[in-house]
Design a protein around this ligand. Structure first.
Ligand code: HEC
Length: 137
């Protein structure tokens, strides 16, 4: 998904009739804004391990290096509310919705390292978006 295309398009079904003159209402493209990420607190030398943990456990569904294809949530866009729920989500709170439980599969420290990697990737994206904005001006 390109940076500029971070939108949630409304789905619609079009039915055509010969000779009809009705006009389509304009599409409502709603841009998805990046919530401001919290500060990075993990030591820089531990970040490669955090990245490896993310790519090992989460990338299959959420995308390599935390860039999602758009179907499963892009974890760079976590809201403050979801960040509060992060441990419970990773340890099973949304299991019935297709987000597997990692209870017993990783330690609490590893879970927080993955969270820090996601914070870092949100900062990376923030920088990329700001650069893209400057180039456009
Ligand atoms: C088998 C696929 C799969 C894997 C592997 C997976 N997830 Fe998920 N995850 C999902 C799906 C599907 C959802 C959406 C669930 C829903 O609709 O609430 C989700 C949702 C989430 C959410 C909530 C996002 C939001 O904005 O609501 C978080 C946080 C999350 N996953 C973290 C992780 C982490 C961290 C890992 C690796 C430790 C991981 N996931 C591995 C499938 C997966």
């Amino acid at each position: 998904m390109s940076l500029a295309a971070k939108v949630r398009p409304p789905a619609r079904i079009l039915v055509y009739k010969r000779g009809a003159t009705a006009k389509l209402p304009p599409p409502q493209w709603k841009p998805v804004h990046l919530p401001p990420p919290p500060p990075i607190t993990l030591e820089a030398d531990k970040m490669p391990m955090a990245r490896a943990l993310y790519n090992g456990y989460c990338a299959n569904c959420h995308g390599l290096n935390a860039v999602s294809g758009g179907v499963v949530p892009d974890l760079r866009y976590l809201t403050p509310e979801t960040r509060v729920r992060f441990p419970s989500i990773v340890f099973g709170a949304r299991a019935e919705r297709g987000m597997p439980s990692f209870l017993g599969a990783m330690t609490v420290d590893q879970m927080w390292m993955i969270h820090q990697y996601l914070v870092k990737r949100a900062h990376d994206l923030k920088g990329e978006l700001e650069t893209a904005e400057k180039v456009r001006l």
